[in-house]
Design a protein around this ligand. Structure first.
Ligand SMILES: Nc1ncnc2c1ncn2[C@@H]1O[C@H](COP(=O)(O)OP(=O)(O)OP(=O)(O)O)[C@@H](O)[C@H]1O
Ligand SMILES: [Mg+2]
Length: 257
């Protein structure tokens, strides 16, 4: 394990006892994720990807094994302790956005802070800044139903950032979006990772896997193999436009026209 590992799991198992059948959704998973890494989790349906992400995200306790998040051993924690850790250290993005319909964009972004007893009046500036970061500075008072799918996912991403989490975990965050909007959301994740955020994304799509530093392939509740990607310097659409503008501004006036 590298010195910078912020997630380390060892021998993680998850068993669902349904009476007549016992489902072994995870059968001894070991994984270590370093600060600043971008990890994609792939694998066939039912291989345990969401189960693993839910455990990494402290949404669900493992049946056995060790889980260190930063310096804390979270595998043995009670539900209350887990939700406190979740609130402080983790950000989530779900396939179905999971926004609250009655709340505005700004209020939805504020929700995790609300649960910590913090008033919107005191954190308004911070929440507005995140709305601008995801390109929704002009939609603060809209409600989820007044937004496109891509915009709703942007709200969910801003909400996941509101606690300045150690890690952002996302379960098929582009699964409900058309491919162009999906690319825009992946560009946003690229920007977050470039600014230092650690990302763990569950995906079915190769386009996500291409962007990640490492792809973890799961099968039947275990990690079948891991592939480290050659680090390709990608340009997001926004960076491409900025680079073009910069180049053009450097050209002599007569070449410009
Ligand atoms: N709450 C539950 N109770 C019982 N079995 C469950 C539960 N959640 C998941 N499972 C089982 O655990 C296994 C792994 O499920 P999981 O949702 O992690 O798969 P996945 O890789 O995310 O699949 P998909 O790509 O379809 O989302 C499956 O066999 C599933 O039926
Ligand atoms: Mg799943």
């Amino acid at each position: 394990m590298g010195a910078d590992a912020i997630i380390r799991i060892e021998g993680i198992e998850k068993t669902y006892d349904l009476g007549e059948v016992i489902v072994r959704a995870l059968r001894g998973v070991n994984l270590s994720i370093e600060k600043g890494e971008y990890v994609a989790i792939m694998g066939p349906s039912g291989s345990g990807k969401s189960t693993m992400l839910n455990i990494l995200g402290c949404l669900d306790p493992p049946s056995a094994g060790k889980y260190f998040l930063g310096s804390e051993n979270v595998a043995q924690m009670s539900d209350d302790q887990l939700s406190a850790v979740r609130g402080r250290k983790l950000g989530f993005v779900f396939q179905a956005y999971n926004l609250i319909d009655q709340l505005t964009v700004l209020e939805n972004i504020h929700v995790p802070l609300f649960y910590q007893g913090r008033d919107l009046l005191d954190c308004r500036e911070h929440c507005e800044k995140l709305a601008r970061l995801v390109g929704l500075g002009d939609r603060l008072d809209h409600r989820p139903k007044q937004l496109s799918g891509g915009q709703q996912q942007r709200v969910a991403i801003a909400r996941s950032l509101v606690n300045d989490p150690l890690v952002i975990l996302a379960d098929e965050p582009t699964g409900n979006l058309d491919s162009k909007t999906g690319v825009e959301i992946l560009d946003l994740f690229d920007e977050l990772n470039a600014s230092g955020k650690t990302l763990v994304l569950v995906t079915h799509g190769d386009e996500v896997a291409e962007r990640a530093h490492r792809v973890v392939h799961m099968k039947d509740g275990v990690i079948e193999r891991e592939v480290r990607q050659r680090k390709v310097q990608r340009q997001t659409e926004r960076q491409k436009i900025e680079a073009t503008a910069k180049r053009e501004s450097r050209l002599p006036a007569r070449v410009k026209n």
